[in-house]
Design a protein around this ligand. Sequence first.
Ligand SMILES: C[S@@+](CC[C@H](N)C(=O)[O-])C[C@H]1O[C@@H](n2cnc3c(N)ncnc32)[C@H](O)[C@@H]1O
Length: 267
Amino acid sequence: MSLHDTVKDHYGHADLADVIVRALSANGVDTAALKPTDLAPVDQLHAGFAPATEYVLDALAVGPETRLFDVGCGIGGGSRMAAARGARVVGIDLTPEFIVSAQSLTDLTGLSDRITFVNSSADALDLPDASFDAAMMIHVGMNISDKRAVFTEVRRLLAPGGRFAVFEQMRAGAGDLTYPLPWALDESSSFVATPEEYVADLEAAGFTIDSTEDRTSFVAGSPPRGSSSPGLSPAVIFGPEFMTRIGNNVAASDDGILGAFLIVARC
Ligand SMILES: C[S@@+](CC[C@H](N)C(=O)[O-])C[C@H]1O[C@@H](n2cnc3c(N)ncnc32)[C@H](O)[C@@H]1O
């Protein structure tokens, strides 16, 4: 099986938007008037959930009319939070079921006029040069073997002075990873790199680094802080096995093997 097929297989679930809406409804959310914040306990597929996304959007100064590119947008949680700030967003993702769900959930929140979702791999993007002010990639690179190719594409899409925030699980220290992890069942589709390796790939793609920040504190206590309902978490999407995966992630963070790092670069 190719890497892309393994990744799609890992994330893809049919009828995902329906499953999410039913879970929200069962937990007392008014799904007839869905707000992006209602979805936050289930649609933020990364360490730190919605507060981490807000942190990344702040780092990029995303505001009204920012043209934002969301690399590996998942089911669109980050894209919707940016659109709720008034940004115009294009979100791309490799997993077709995620793009279908991202669109359905965005329709339900009334933000469809601000976001375009495209099913695509991040290393071959059919989008025009210099068409974005900012880009973000949140917990995607762990599935990407050739990060430099992706960063080169993102660099092409950004206008001069454009900013790029990369918020990822990165290798913080020596030690074996215990699988399954949230992004991979085994090492065949897991490509965890150090912050220094990310920086080298970003610089090789033509970026200048503004800052590198250890945000591992976001992981502590996951999942998922900020959820008003214990019945709502990404386990709605991934099933009870998700708890084992995130438990291994948290343990690796506690042991200093993994960290959640934010790198902000500009071109
Ligand atoms: C852990 S999820 C994070 C989703 C989203 N960024 C978020 O934080 O909610 C990882 C996502 O990366 C996507 N992905 C992995 N490899 C990719 C690639 N080569 N191109 C585009 N998307 C990719 C997966 O399909 C999945 O949706």
